[in-house]
Design a protein around this ligand. Structure first.
Ligand code: SAH
Length: 279
């Protein structure tokens, strides 16, 4: 059983969207090259963080293995940087959805100025209630978005419905290698509250949810050690940002940075890269 935090974070799509509206305003993603996800380093720790975050996007795209002309869905698309990279590199059509209106505007503006113009579109939609016809996509991905959803099973079932039989889903998400107890529970609760996270699942919970919603698991890899440096980079970027803000906002961002750093140092903080297929 997953233990409930004492103070359940507000993770309705409306409140998660609002949090990302504010996050976008603060320009917090600049250091990550506009990606709102971890970086991946194999043995190449000199690689700048923005490049490492693009590397993670490329790992996701590699697992999707799309063919030119296919239609893909990006679930929780941030400001569109991964979608535009994948649309550009693989000559595919991408639809990005998001519950932050601010991010949708930013993503659409980026698309207009990109090589993928005409092949990427962004719209406001909740992953737990997708406004698409059955089987309308050849594949889908979700990078660090499922963890925000109060009902991940409904989201996975919805994605399953809109992806055609034979199509793939790639998920990249934080995980905890085992349930957190004692002191660690307070750290986890802090992460959930500050980042509007509904839950950080174990690999087993990810597997069970995918199976329950009809997905066939092709691969699940814990790349936690290859992404671990990200938390230090992100918390440093948050602290730098705090220096330019008023006292209240600076205090909030500094507290968020402290949590991120502590989570990143935790030996049971993992990260799953999952490939699944709709049978
Ligand atoms: N995948 C992007 C952004 C990750 S941040 C990237 O890698 O850059 C998480 C994103 O998920 C945010 O854009 C947030 O608004 C979105 N999100 C969270 N809950 C959602 C939901 N229920 N439906 C759609 N998008 C959601």
């Amino acid at each position: 059983m997953t233990q409930q935090p004492d103070t359940t974070p507000d993770t309705t799509p409306g409140s998660v969207g609002q949090a990302y509206d504010q996050f976008g305003d603060a320009g917090a993603t600049t250091a990550l090259g506009g990606n709102i996800h971890v970086g991946y380093w194999q043995d190449d720790h000199d690689v700048p963080v923005a490049e490492a975050t693009d590397h993670l996007t490329d790992l996701v795209a590699g697992r999707l293995a799309p063919r030119p002309g296919q239609r893909l869905l990006d679930v929780g698309c941030g400001i569109g940087v991964p979608a535009l990279r994948i649309a550009g590199a693989h000559d595919v059509h991408v639809t990005g959805i998001n519950v932050s209106r601010q991010q949708i505007t930013q993503a659409s503006e980026r698309a207009d100025g990109s090589d993928a113009r005409g092949r990427a579109s962004f719209l406001f939609a909740d992953a737990m209630d997708l406004p698409f016809e059955d089987g309308s996509f050849d594949g889908a991905w979700a990078i660090e978005s499922l963890l925000h959803m109060s009902d991940q099973s409904t989201a996975l079932a919805q994605i399953h419905r809109v992806v055609r039989p034979g199509g793939r889903l790639v998920v990249a998400d934080l995980c905890r290698r085992k349930p957190f107890t004692g002191q660690d529970e307070a750290l986890l609760d802090g992460m959930l509250n500050v980042y509007r996270i509904a839950g950080i699942s174990t690999p087993e919970e990810h597997r069970a949810r995918l199976a329950r919603t009809g997905w066939q698991l092709l691969e699940l890899t814990d790349i936690g050690e290859q992404v671990r440096a990200s938390y230090g980079h992100a918390s440093a970027a948050f602290r730098e940002l705090a220096a330019s803000l008023d006292t209240f906002a600076a205090g909030q961002i500094t507290a968020a940075a402290d949590l991120m750093e502590a989570f990143g140092k935790h030996p049971d903080a993992g990260y799953v890269l999952i490939t699944a297929q709709r049978p």
